[in-house]
Write a protein that binds this ligand. Structure first.
Ligand code: ADP
Length: 303
C-alpha cells in the first residue's frame, strides 16, 4: 500500500502528561482522511509534529516516503497547511497577502494567484483589505494560500471550525474539488463528525492522545445498522405494546417521546398501522441509518 503520510509510534508529552501516545496514522495517496476526536484529544499536536512545528519525544513522521526532520525543505514545498488560526497581514488586501507568501516561498507565478483566488471564489473582493473579511472569507484565503504552490498534500487543522452552515458547505465543495479535480490528498481534522462523514474516505479516531481506530468510510457504512425511529405521545404504552403485543424486544427508549427500534421484523407501514390501531398518536416514524457520530461513540465506549 502506498501511503503519502505515515506516523510511526508518535509520542509527545507536556509536563509529564502524554498528549500523543504511540500514534500510527496511515494516509493513502489521493484520499481525504478525516482525523476526528474531541477537543483536547491531541489532533493539533499531531498536526504540528507532521509539519515539524513541534518535535515528537519519540516516533517518526514519513511524508512522500521521506522521514521528516528539521531539514526536510523539499518535502515541505510539496505540502500545504492550515494550522490553528490562519494569520494574515490585516491591513493589506488578500491578493497582496498571497503575493507576500509567494515571495516568502520563492514561488514566482502571479498567474497562479489569479487561479487560486478564483478557485476559492475570492476573485471579486480581492481589493478588500483582510481586516474587512468575514470569517468564511479569511478561511477561504487561508486555503488559497495553502494551495498557492500547488501542493500534493494538504494538512488542514479544523478548517471549518467557527464557520456558518453556508461557509461549511462551501468548504466541503472546495475540498472535494481540490481532491477530485486536482488530485490533492487531504488530511483534515475536525470535531464536526457530520461533515467528516460527507467528505472523508478514511477516518481516524483519536481520544486522550490514542488513535483508537482507523477505518474506511465504506467499512463504517457497511457496519452501520438501519433502524426505525419512532416518536409517539405515550412512550410507556408504546414500549409495552412493542414488547408484549408485537413481540419486539430489541428497541431503545431514547427520550420521553422517542424510541429506536433495531428489530426490523415489521415494516414502518405495518408498525404505524398497529400502533395507531392501539390508540398511540405518532408524531413521526421512519427508517434511519447510524451516523459516523454513532460509530464514533461506539468506538469510544469500547475503550
Ligand atoms: P486538539 O487539537 O485535539 O483539541 P491539542 O493537540 O490541541 O488537542 O491538545 C492536546 C492536549 O495537549 C491538551 O490537553 C492540551 O491542553 C495539551 N497541549 C497542547 N499544546 C500544549 C503546550 N504547548 N503546552 C502544554 N500543553 C499543551
Amino acid at each position: 500500500m502506498e501511503y503519502i503520510m505515515e506516523t510511526h509510534n508518535l509520542v509527545k508529552s507536556y509536563k509529564n502528561k502524554t498528549v500523543v501516545n504511540s500514534v500510527n496514522i496511515h494516509v493513502k495517496k489521493g484520499e481525504i482522511y478525516g482525523f476526528v476526536g474531541p477537543n483536547g484529544a491531541g489532533k493539533s499536536t499531531v498536526m504540528k509534529m507532521l509539519l515539524n512545528l513541534t518535535q515528537p519525544d519519540s516516533g517518526d513522521v514519513y511524508i512522500f516516503g521521506e522521514k521528516i526532520g528539521s531539514t526536510s525543505y523539499e518535502c515541505r514545498k510539496r505540502i500545504g497547511s492550515i494550522i490553528e488560526h490562519p494569520y494574515f497581514y490585516e491591513k493589506i488586501t488578500g491578493r497582496k497577502n498571497l503575493e507576500l507568501h509567494c515571495e516568502y516561498m520563492g514561488y514566482h507565478n502571479t498567474e497562479r494567484i489569479d487561479e487560486v483566488l478564483k478557485l476559492v471564489d475570492l476573485q471579486d473582493i480581492e481589493g478588500k483589505v483582510v481586516s474587512h473579511y468575514s470569517m468564511g472569507m479569511k478561511q477561504r484565503l487561508a486555503i488559497a494560500r495553502a494551495i498557492l504552490t500547488k501542493p500534493e498534500f494538504l494538512i488542514l487543522d479544523e478548517p471549518i471550525n467557527a464557520l456558518d452552515p453556508e461557509g461549511i458547505r462551501e468548504m466541503r465543495m472546495l475540498f472535494r474539488r481540490l481532491n477530485q479535480e486536482f488530485g490533492i490528498t487531504i488530511f483534515i481534522s475536525s470535531h464536526i463528525l457530520s461533515e467528516v462523514e460527507q467528505i472523508a474516505d478514511t477516518v481516524g479516531i483519536i481520544q486522550n492522545g490514542k488513535l483508537l481506530k482507523e477505518s474506511s468510510m465504506i467499512d463504517i457504512r457497511k457496519s452501520q445498522t438501519d433502524y426505525i425511529e419512532l416518536e409517539v405521545d405515550d412512550i410507556s404504552r408504546a414500549g409495552y405494546l412493542l414488547e408484549q403485543k408485537f413481540g419486539i424486544t430489541n428497541f431503545k427508549v431514547i427520550s420521553g417521546t422517542k424510541i429506536e427500534i433495531y428489530d426490523l421484523q415489521k415494516s414502518v407501514k405495518e408498525l404505524s398501522a398497529l400502533l395507531v390501531q392501539n390508540g398511540i398518536g405518532i408524531a413521526s416514524i421512519g427508517m434511519k441509518k447510524n451516523s459516523l457520530e454513532d460509530y464514533f461513540f461506539h468506538i469510544i465506549e469500547e475503550v
